[in-house]
Design a protein around this ligand. Structure first.
Ligand SMILES: Nc1ncnc2c1ncn2[C@@H]1O[C@H](COP(=O)(O)OP(=O)(O)OP(=O)(O)O)[C@@H](O)[C@H]1O
Ligand SMILES: [Mg+2]
Length: 508
């Protein structure tokens, strides 16, 4: 080191020499003016081997890659001189032994008092470690991205202002957005009004799963098309440092299928409960009917004998007539109970559903019954044959019609509609009224024997239970299809008998 140099220059040279990167200074022509100690040490050369030589000569002689750091077209030295600002070149270099490393060459201009570039300082940095870390980070980022994208749960992240930053594929499908081609989606767009704010409140609440966390919660989300979908979601606030909220994220699972499966299970369970109840009531009814039937036959037989023996005007004649009439009513009840408990004989014949409706209506054509009631028939044009006990089925239709009339005190519309259900292979009859409807608490009881809401002496409560027994005995079904303040619709179904030639022939 030259100790005679002015103090300032001496100080600068010391800095230059003590730089931890190999560094060289070149003039505008690319000739090396000076190199620092680190460079000499690293390449094991002396100053005289490099000073005064062009950078190209030096690179070819000393470095692993003769092209370093440029080809003539993209010379960073030229660029630095021309633009007066620094440039850098990052390059992966292959050593003679085949191994590689990364070098970052930084070119910085030295300007004179007029701002012209007089020299250029080039420092050579081995950034292999930094580059390796960068690659690891990129790999991790890529891996995490793949994890997020391949998740079957929808994942969404938003910044502090609520702007959506990320939506994985499942989220795009659930919410119906093409995220990459849509800008400006906000978290509030993803929920019905007020829900996003509610979720943020819970996220910030210490008592709700801990601050910054939302445990599994059921909410409705809003799709791009405006549909609401029930989901189960979890959420979190992503913090920067200890307290600063940087972003929020939510993970969503569509629960529509689970809800509908649960609903089907509940329906099946309540149907099972209902049929179990009906079966046990049926057994009870059958027992009672059987016990009453024998003494009743006796009462009717001896009563009739007595009546035959009495002459006209006999003082007991009105009483015995009363006894016989009441005994007849009892027999009717017993008959109905037996029909309900399916212990009465069944004779099956083939008939058209529409014909059943017509003949049932004919049987109750009494005009007084239909006061203020408009009867509408919407009978299907399709050929619908059922094989069942025709007389008893007629009794079922009459029961439904009578109940409908009873429900319309003030008058209204009675509609009988027939149609074919091809999926279930059934012939269907709907009896609808515009009456009072059936309150929810009664809906599970109306098929029970003796359940009635009608005043004493007006209804026995056996109409629907008998109808239920008859329909089930004929492999059909009877249900309340709809009921409410606007009226009630009962649906009765019987299996179609389309294949049977015998059936078609019997109709003619
Ligand atoms: N269409 C309907 N609208 C409103 N309620 C109805 C209807 N059909 C039946 N109900 C209710 O169901 C109860 C039971 O009906 P069900 O036919 O078994 O007996 P009922 O009509 O009361 O008596 P019965 O049929 O012996 O004359 C009725 O009392 C009524 O409360
Ligand atoms: Mg009835």
């Amino acid at each position: 080191m030259n100790t005679n140099l002015p103090q300032e220059i001496d100080w600068r040279l010391r800095v230059f020499d003590s730089l931890s990167y190999p560094t060289l200074i070149m003039d505008r022509k690319g000739n090396v003016v000076s190199v620092n100690q680190k460079l000499l040490e690293k390449y094991n050369i002396s100053k005289t081997q490099v000073v005064g030589k062009s950078c190209r000569e030096i690179f070819q002689a000393l470095f692993d890659d003769p092209e370093l750091p440029c080809t003539r077209d993209t010379c960073p030295l030229d660029k630095t001189i021309a633009e007066g600002v620094g440039h850098s070149v990052l390059k992966q270099i292959q050593r003679q032994d085949g191994s590689t490393y990364w070098e970052d060459r930084v070119f910085s201009p030295i300007l004179d008092d007029e701002g012209r570039v007089v020299y250029v300082v080039e420092s050579i940095r081995d950034v292999t470690r930094t580059k390796a870390l960068e690659n690891i980070i990129n790999d991790i980022r890529e891996f995490l991205n793949r994890v997020v994208q391949s998740s079957t749960s929808a994942i969404v992240a938003a910044d502090r202002s609520g702007r959506i930053l990320l939506m994985n594929q499942a989220a795009e499908e659930l919410f119906g957005y093409d995220f990459r081609n849509t800008t400006g989606i906000s978290v509030t767009d993803l929920y019905p009004q007020g829900v996003a704010r509610e979720i943020m409140k819970k996220l910030r609440d210490d008592d709700f799963g801990g601050r910054g966390k939302l445990p599994v919660t059921r909410v409705n989300i809003l799709t791009a098309r405006g549909d609401e979908i029930p989901v189960e979601m979890t959420g979190a606030i992503i913090y920067e440092g200890d307290n600063t909220e940087a972003a929020t994220m939510g993970i969503y699972n569509d629960i529509r299928e689970r809800l509908s499966a649960r609903k089907k299970l509940q329906d099946a369970q309540s149907q099972l409960d209902q049929s179990e109840k009906m079966a046990s009531l049926g057994r009870l009814a059958a027992g009672v009917a059987h016990e009453i039937n024998n003494p009743l036959t006796g009462i009717l037989m001896y009563g009739n004998l007595m009546k035959e023996k009495m002459e006209a005007g006999h003082p007991f004649l009105p009483s015995i007539t009363c006894i016989l009439e009441d005994a007849e009513r009892c027999r009717e009840i017993v008959k109905n109970l037996l029909a309900y408990s399916r212990h009465s004989s069944t004779s099956r014949e083939c008939f058209a559903m529409n014909a059943l409706v017509e003949e049932s209506l004919r049987l109750i054509r009494d005009q007084r019954l239909f006061m203020n009631i408009t009867v509408k028939k919407e009978l299907s044009d399709e050929w619908m044959l059922a094989k069942a006990d025709r007389n008893k089925m007629s009794q079922v239709v009459i029961n439904l019609v009578m109940n409908a009339i009873d429900a319309m005190n003030e008058g209204g519309n009675l509609t009988l509609k027939t149609y074919r259900n091809n999926d279930r292979k059934t012939a269907c009859l709907e009896v609808s009224d515009t009456g009072c409807g059936i309150p929810e608490e009664n809906q599970s009881r109306i098929f029970d024997p003796f359940f009635t809401t009608k005043e004493l002496g007006k209804g026995t409560g056996l109409g629907l239970s008998t109808a239920y027994g008859i329909v089930k005995d004929n492999k059909g079904d009877i249900v309340i299809k709809e009921t409410g303040p606007e009226g009630t619709t009962f649906l009765m179904e019987l299996p179609l008998d389309t294949d049977s030639m015998e059936c078609i022939e019997s109709i003619g």
